[in-house]
Design a protein around this ligand. Structure first.
Ligand code: NAG
Ligand code: NAG
Ligand code: NAG
Length: 358
């Protein structure tokens, strides 16, 4: 806590010295000071210039996320901008993104929340260059979906992986191997890697994608799920330190995405989903605090020696109980886990863009 407060007061101090830097016309100092700002601390403000694109004109939105197409009547959720307390996020510029990443590959690796942010980034880039050539491909036996902006030689990929670590088909059944991450060899030469895993760690019954877990060389039926999550993340963290050349590859971890099925969390006891939520939670402090998994993520990342950026979207997304599809998807199934596209995941990409610029 002391460390955290130290950062906060440091940021406030830089902010106070801002007019001095402007007076001296010292834009370099100014830029440095902006980077010291914690982008993830702030509030949601209404902004009529949002959303960043017209979702009906984006050819790639899957039926899980296309809320307007499936009849969502309220549009206010599209009109919010994230305003950090001590600086401003750079406005997303799709053309300059494509120019900056010319010749590069960007890969999102993880579960359906990776799919969610990947779709949003493609729509944001497509909106900037709607008439440029795009090639869509499924690769590696459908574990990779890829969209190439051919005129810019930028490829934005999605690697489907629920746990990051391996699930091996063995004679006894599917074994979740917490200490092995064979796909790392496919990932490590990509220019920008954005990892995420969490959603599937507590799933049981038919939704559980493994039959046994391998822990410390022992095959077990089950184990404490949070401990297993931590072990798997640590396997990933050790791989970053041993295998990734961070001079060539930027490594990002996309933080825990919150869901909204329990109104107690936002002071509406008895509410069981996000169907009627049309506005963000007001205020910048969500009543229940961060989920335990978010602390596990922070701890494991703080143990990595190489530079890894945490795309720390948990707290700011907790405030967005209004930004889920609820019933407005192609399945008419209640979903307060994923996010409408356009919508919140565009902000995640604005934050990703800001992190990649620094
Ligand atoms: C959004 O795109 C659709 C399809 O291209 C178009 O019909 C519609 O007029 C656009 N809406 C706005 C507000 O630009
Ligand atoms: C491709 O995936 C399918 C379904 O998961 C699997 O049955 C098949 O063995 C895979 N093929 C290869 C070459 O890995
Ligand atoms: C990365 O760059 C730093 C600073 O230039 C250098 O000291 C280090 O050896 C480089 N690492 C690799 C793996 O090339």
């Amino acid at each position: 806590m002391g460390f955290f407060q130290a950062i906060v007061s440091f940021v406030i101090f830089s902010c106070l010295s801002l007019p001095h830097a402007i007076a001296n016309g010292n834009s370099f100092d100014l830029r440095k000071q902006e980077l010291k700002c914690n982008m993830y601390q702030g509030k949601w403000v209404h902004d009529n210039s949002y959303p960043l694109y017209n979702s009906s004109a984006c050819p790639f939105i899957r039926k899980e996320f296309d809320c307007l197409k499936y009849g969502r009547p309220d549009h206010l959720y599209l009109k919010y901008r994230w305003q950090p307390s001590n600086c401003r996020l750079p406005r997303f510029n799709g053309q300059s993104f494509l120019k900056r990443f010319k010749g590069k590959k960007i890969m999102f690796i993880g579960d359906s929340l990776s799919l969610n942010i990947w779709q949003s980034l493609i729509c944001m880039l497509h909106a900037a260059v709607p008439n440029s050539n795009m090639i869509r491909q499924e690769l590696n036996n459908n574990s990779i979906s890829s969209v190439e902006f051919q005129d810019y030689k930028v490829t934005v990929m999605l690697f489907h992986s629920l746990y990051l670590v391996d699930v091996d088909e063995e004679r006894i059944g599917r074994v979740l191997n917490l200490k092995s991450m064979k796909n790392g060899n496919l990932w490590k030469n990509v220019d920008v890697l954005v990892f995420n895993t969490w959603l599937w760690w507590y799933r049981r019954g038919p939704k559980q994608q493994w039959d046994y877990m391998k822990v410390e060389e022992k095959i077990v039926r089950d184990a404490d799920r949070m401990t297993a999550f931590r072990t798997a993340l640590t396997t990933w963290a050790k791989w970053v330190d041993s295998d990734v050349d961070t001079n060539k590859t930027r490594v990002i971890f996309q933080g825990i995405s919150p869901s909204h099925y329990n109104g107690l969390e936002w002071n509406e006891p008895g509410v069981k989903n996000c169907l009627k939520e049309m506005e963000p939670f007001s205020g910048s402090v969500y009543p229940v605090g961060l989920p335990e998994a978010a602390y596990v993520v922070k701890e494991v990342i703080s143990g990595i020696r190489k530079p890894v950026h945490l795309l720390d979207i948990t707290a700011l997304s907790q405030l967005r109980k209004d930004a889920h599809p609820s019933f407005y998807n192609g399945f008419k199934a209640m979903d307060c886990t994923h996010w409408c596209v356009a919508g919140l995941t565009d902000t995640w990409n604005e934050l990703l863009y800001a992190a990649l610029l620094s």
